[in-house]
Design a protein around this ligand. Sequence first.
Ligand code: DP6
Length: 326
Amino acid sequence: MSQYQATAIAHPNIAFIKYWGERDPTLHLPASGSLSMNLDGLYTRTRVTFDPSLEQDRLILNGQHLTGPPVRRVVAVLERIRQMAGMTWRAEVVSVNNFPAGAGIASSASAFAALSLAASAAAGLNLSEAQLSRLARLGSGSACRSVPQGFVEWQAGEGDEDSYAFSIAPPEHWDLADCIALVSQAHKLVSSAQGHTLATTSPLHHARIAHVPQLLQQCRQAILERDFAALAQVTEQDCHLMHAVMMTSTPPLIYWQPATLAIMQSVVEWRKSGWPVCYTIDAGPNVHVICPAPYAAQVSEGLKLIPGVEQVLIAHPGGAARLELS
Ligand code: DP6
């Protein structure tokens, strides 16, 4: 690896306690803390090369040269790195996801975590995990949670300095599985970025945000004690709270499809019959069904039988963003 080129890998993450609504849309300072698990098996690999012959930053994602808003978010992260390293060279960013584009899994978290690590290393910076997490946050809020390993909490903080994520437990702490039921491969109608700005139009937003510290405490404790029933209860409650905020925004955001609700109902039935399972849903119709790993095969088979479920991906707790040595 030369000083001006580096490659990094990072996983996406699924939040048990969600980030929805921002205090600062440029720095992505969240309205509240959030808590998530990295998803092993799914990843973004990003190579960054600073090159004095480039006139502007270039982004090649899954083989396609991109322009417009995605590049602006990448440039925001690169600009901060150039500032820190005292360099002016532009960069070429080549990024590949091992999960299909439009598979219903947000790739921006893994993408900006990998970008922050690769670009800072390529610029010769040796940043702490907290600094990397803050950098990733500038690209996409939830990306700050894909920097540390395993089970991760993002503290809202007061400002840019102290709004970053840290690990509360390594991936091997608890062998959970996330069975991701893909209902639709269509692109989101309203992006999370737009959605965050609408949160405050819901009269329920402030009530949810006031309640989040308690939810975080319950979720943290459930994870540390490996108490699945407690994790299931708090995860579904916050999923419902966030979607209640979305649905009562102006204009309303309704991400669910009929199959989304069919999966939710099946999960509740399975739980009544004794399976340890729960669900959570992000800004889209796909459902993340969480269970202890030994139940993943039967949960996945059950999900495939539900009309409208196109595919099921299974992920386990994932590690931190890491450099790849060439
Ligand atoms: C509903 O602004 O981080 O997934 O569109 O991927 O940049 P991107 O999303 P971001 O918001 C994520 C919102 C969420 C909840 C969560 O992951 O906490």
